[in-house]
Every structure is written in C-alpha cells, then in structure tokens.
Ligand binder design. Structure first.
Ligand code: FAD
Length: 366
C-alpha cells in the first residue's frame, strides 16, 4: 500500500485525488490550509469556470516548448474525455473556451468531490509548513503518518491580500531547487500620467503592447479604464507578455479606438463634422477636445502592473528544468509538482486551468 500526500485541495490537487480515488493500492491524504476546497476553481471564469480551451496554443504560454511537449501527451480532447468520464457535461463558446454546461464553477468542484473512495482522506485547515525525509519516508509537519510520495499542489499567491500570501509555499525553502520569484500576471496596468477623466469608461479596442519601437503582442478586446490604469481581458493578456520581458523599460500600450474600421479617415470626418462625437465614447471625446490625440494610436506608458492581489495568476515559480516529463522533482525522488507552483503561465481563456489539470493527469499516470 502506497501512502501519498497531496498538498493543496485546489484545481490540480482535487483532480489528482479524483484520479486516485478507489485505487486499492493507494492511501491518499489531501492537506488543505483553508476551510474549504477549490477556492480559486470556484472564483474562476467569473464564477462559471473556464476549464480549458479547445484550441490551446503552446505559444500562449511563457514556456512554449514545454507546453508543446505537454500537448503531445494531454490534448484538450483528452481532458474533455476525462471530465466526461467523471460525469461533467461541458459547452464551448466560439473562441473555444470550455465551461461546465451548468455555467457554474461549483459544479466542477462537486464533480471532483463526488463519490470519492474511502482511500482518499482530507485534512482541512491544515497548513503544511515543513516537508522532510526521514528513515526513507516523507514527513509533513508533525503529522503522525509518513508518506511514500508527496505532491506539491499548493498553487501561487495570486489574487491574495498581503496577509494571506505571507511566506506562501514556504515549505519549499528546505529544498535545493531553483524557484523564480512570483510576479503578478493576468493583471491590469498602472499608467503614467493617467487621464483620470476616463475612469469608468469601457470600450472595444485593438490593444498592442510595445517596447520602444518593437511590437510585443496585439489583440482586440474590451478595455476598462480604472482610477489609475487599465484592465479588461485584453489588457490581462498583454500583461502575460509584459511579464516575459527581462527588461520592462519603455513599455507602452497603444489603443486603436477604431477597431472595427481601421481604415476610416479621421481627418475627413473631422473636416466634415468638426468633432469626433460620432466616433468615440463621450469620455474619450471630451479628452480629445481638450488634448487631441491619434485615435488609432493612443499611447499609454506603463508604470507597472497592479498588485498581486488583483492578479489572476502568477508568473514565476519552480523552474521547469527541476521536473521530468511526469512532473517529478529530478533531485527529490518521490516528490511531484503540479499547476501554478511551476514557472508556467498562460493567457486568459482556460490556459491556466488546462495546465493545472494536464500536469495532474501526468502525475496520476506516473
Ligand atoms: C479570479 C480568478 C479567476 C480565474 N479564472 C480562470 C479561468 O477561468 N480559467 C483558467 O484557466 N484559469 C483561471 N484562473 C487561474 C486558475 O484558477 C489557477 O491557475 C488554478 O487554480 C491553479 O491550480 P493549482 O492546483 O495550481 O492551485 P490552486 O487551485 O490555487 O490550489 C492550491 C491550493 O493549495 C492550498 N494551499 C496553499 N498553500 C498550502 C499549504 N502550505 N498547506 C496546505 N494547503 C495549501 C490553497 O489553499 C489552495 O486550495 C483564475 C484565477 C483567479 C484568481
């Protein structure tokens, strides 16, 4: 009988527990520091839970070569099959974003917890602070039962207030592995010399991230103007590309407000109507009348990102070179790592949960 500890009852930890449920040769103990399981899973996709994407593209991750290798083993179709086998029905939108048919994230948590075998046990409100090896077994804090194997599935401090993210994943410090500091990703930008009058305005644009003259990434979407910066899914995606830059100097976002008709002749419009009232959101028009700007190339210099508390995921984590193809730590046999603890992050649209579930699936099949 193999005894296995899973640290964290989030997306990847619950998925693993479900996969191992009912196995006669395993006893699984899931340690969760919170009162409830699957906190981020329930918050995901605005409460609808965007499970994965049918078009997962390796290039949308920070380590695309690693993602490509992973996608050879776990495809979106395979993950869909896994969830169908658990009894979950799903639906995809036109951009390939897959949600539970119920459009309710709790359904995913319920399915993962449904009919769990007696070989799976939860230790709730139990924070793992120390993991160490003694007499050939892995030990957790002063827990009386030793383990043959341990899965690190405790995620990242994204979306947490400073008090809750203090010493996050602190138990890693006893391991001689390379861990890159966590940075907020899928997060809004704080903008230099921000025109506060735009606060509250939401418009469709094509948003492009530039560093000096170089275009880093561009895509259409809706931008939300906050009190001191910009947000919205399109901006969160730009933040993922911004984080991948070693040097973040001189970056700016360029907004094309004429997203639907980029060839429209603005000068001719101005000549004929003497204002842009018929083209722009009223707040943008008001700004234009005070300080005219290029409505196809409105530049906003990036000061930085919003705090980790506003981020959907983290950039950084355990270096991917530390794990093998089954997400086992190369230097510590018997330890596996899944999900956001690893230095892997993707854009919005189901990329991060896909990675959490896909990594758990490969651990389940070691
Ligand atoms: C608001 C929001 C919306 C999101 N929407 C989406 C989306 O729609 N689609 C998508 O793909 N991704 C989305 N994400 C990202 C996605 O939720 C995460 O990438 C994913 O949950 C990571 O899974 P994980 O298993 O690595 O970690 P988590 O799901 O975060 O689970 C980690 C678990 O470990 C526990 N834990 C931590 N430390 C310890 C410890 N020391 N001892 C014991 N337990 C511990 C935590 O309490 C937690 O329950 C969203 C994230 C947020 C915050």
């Amino acid at each position: 009988m193999k005894r296995i500890a899973i640290i964290g009852a989030g997306a990847s930890g619950l998925f693993l527990a479900k996969k191992w449920s009912g196995k006669d040769d395993m006893k699984v103990c899931v340690f969760e520091k919170n009162k409830q399981v699957g906190t981020k899973l329930r918050a995901s996709g605005g409460g609808k839970c965007n499970l994965f994407n049918t078009f997962v593209d390796a290039k949308c991750y920070n380590h695309s070569a690693f993602a490509e290798k992973l996608l050879l083993k776990v495809t979106p179709a395979r993950l869909q099959h896994e969830f169908e086998e658990m009894g979950l029905q799903m639906v995809a939108d036109e951009e390939g974003r897959v949600y539970p048919l119920s459009q309710f994230s709790q359904t995913v948590v319920d399915i993962l917890l449904d009919n769990l075998g007696e070989n799976v046990h939860f230790e709730m409100e139990y924070e793992v602070k120390k993991v160490f090896k003694q007499d050939g077994f892995w030990h957790i804090n002063d827990y009386p039962i030793p383990f043959d194997e341990v899965v690190f599935a405790s995620g990242s401090p994204a979306n947490m207030i400073p008090k809750n993210r203090k010493n996050y994943n602190g138990y890693l410090t006893d391991f001689n592995i390379s861990v890159k500091d966590f940075q907020p990703s899928l997060v809004g930008f704080v903008i230099k010399d921000y025109p506060k009058t735009l606060s509250g305005c939401r418009v469709k644009v094509v948003a492009s991230l530039y560093q000096r003259e170089t275009l880093i990434h561009s895509e259409p979407g809706e931008v939300t103007f906050k009190d001191d910066g910009i947000s919205g899914i399109v901006i969160l995606n730009l933040s993922a590309y911004y984080n991948r830059l070693e040097d973040k100097g001189d970056c700016f976002v360029e907004l094309n407000f004429l997203y639907a008709n980029p060839d429209y002749d603005v000068q001719e419009h101005l000549h004929k109507y003497h204002s842009l009232r018929g083209l722009l959101h009223p707040k943008l028009n008001e700004l234009y009348e005070r300080h005219p700007f290029d409505v196809k190339k409105y530049k906003m210099a990036i000061e930085g990102t919003y705090d980790l508390a506003f981020a959907q995921v983290c950039h950084g984590g355990i270096d991917l070179d530390e794990v093998d193809d089954h997400f086992a730590l190369k230097k510590y046999p018997g330890i596996y790592v899944t999900g956001e603890m690893l230095d892997m992050d993707g854009i919005c649209g189901g990329y991060n949960l896909f990675f959490a579930f896909a990594s758990a699936l490969l651990v389940a099949e070691w």
